[in-house]
Design a protein around this ligand. Structure first.
Ligand SMILES: Nc1ncnc2c1ncn2[C@@H]1O[C@H](COP(=O)(O)OP(=O)(O)OP(=O)(O)O)[C@@H](O)[C@H]1O
Length: 295
């Protein structure tokens, strides 16, 4: 099923235009929505999840007119918000059983089978008897996925789920999401380029409430072949180089020199070496091209 968003706009009461005439089509699979803080990711996700209304535009998911038939969308939606709030002192197993009851699964044995299944998928089965309130950040995020899987969603929205997770927990979380995302539409928002690289078959870069680019990670990188150049410079020369070249990023080397990555259609000068394009380059170029031109 395809999610189609047309001419979507949302301005908050304080005058901030968080979504600005946004158009996008998202098909089955893992879709990464990449953007810096304040880009409008949460606003877009909350709007798709029917938790807030836009000023104008349309959203359809398959046959469902999302803005007009909110209940129909909610039946097929699994949503993990950026912060889930406070958990009661209940075991994961008991809490999931309670959620399943709320979702209308009245048979105890059916609930048990369902709860066990989602605990297995999210790798929480061994810790099912522990209080969710005492779970680590990563376990809580996986629990968030377990609860949304209870109603077998066709559209899953997860808002910056890896923020604040340590590398091992992040890895475990991404593995769970990868498994979940094989036969439905998963929209995953993040400001971490690496998340998209590891997980998503489609991606879009969002800033200022607009889609700057939509592509696949590999296509987006392929477009930059022959256009990314690196050079080692003295750290004191950064400003001079910034004035001369289109620098995308710079990293310190052990000897305190800097490795700069530059975007240019041809080798800027003899000291530059061609470099294989990375997804970070795609992201930084999209954001740079979106910067207002100062006069
Ligand atoms: N309820 C609100 N009222 C007013 N302004 C808001 C509200 N929610 C978000 N904003 C503003 O809208 C813009 C987009 O915010 P949003 O939270 O959608 O971005 P984001 O990409 O999810 O960023 P972050 O990663 O920081 O959550 C920001 O300028 C933010 O300050």
């Amino acid at each position: 099923m395809k999610l189609v968003i047309k001419d979507l706009t949302k301005t908050y009461k304080n005058g901030v235009k968080a979504i600005d005439n946004l158009n996008i089509e998202i098909g089955t699979g893992m879709f990464g929505l990449l953007g810096p803080n304040g880009a409008g990711k949460s606003s877009l996700m909350r709007t798709i999840a029917t938790l807030q209304s836009p000023d104008s535009g349309s959203i359809t998911f398959g046959e469902i007119n999302v803005l007009e038939d909110k209940m129909a969308l909610r039946k097929v939606l699994g949503y993990l918000p950026q912060s889930f709030g406070v958990y009661p002192k209940m075991s994961a197993e008991a809490l999931l059983d309670y959620f399943a009851t709320l979702k209308g699964v009245s048979s105890k044995s059916e609930r048990q089978a369902l709860v066990n299944e989602v605990l297995e998928i999210t790798n929480l089965y061994d810790v099912r008897k522990k209080n969710v309130a005492g779970y680590s950040g990563g376990m809580k995020q996986r629990f968030g996925i377990a609860q949304l899987l209870l109603n077998n969603p066709k559209l899953i929205i997860v808002d910056e789920p890896t923020a604040g997770l340590d590398p091992a927990e992040r890895h475990r979380f991404l593995n769970v999401l990868r498994e979940v995302g094989t036969n439905c539409t998963v929209i995953f928002s993040t400001h971490i380029v690496e998340d998209v690289k590891e997980l998503c078959n489609e991606m879009a870069i969002l800033n200022g409430g607009r889609i700057l680019k939509q592509s696949t990670p590999s296509k987006a990188r392929a477009e930059l072949v022959g256009k990314i150049w690196t050079k080692v410079i003295d750290r004191d020369d950064l400003e001079a180089n910034e004035a001369k070249y289109n620098i995308l990023s710079s990293n310190y080397n052990e000897d305190n020199s800097l490795n700069i990555r530059v975007y240019a259609n041809a080798q800027p000068d003899d000291d530059f070496k061609a470099s294989e394009p990375q997804l970070d380059d795609v992201y930084f170029i999209a954001l740079k091209q979106d910067e207002p031109v100062l006069s």
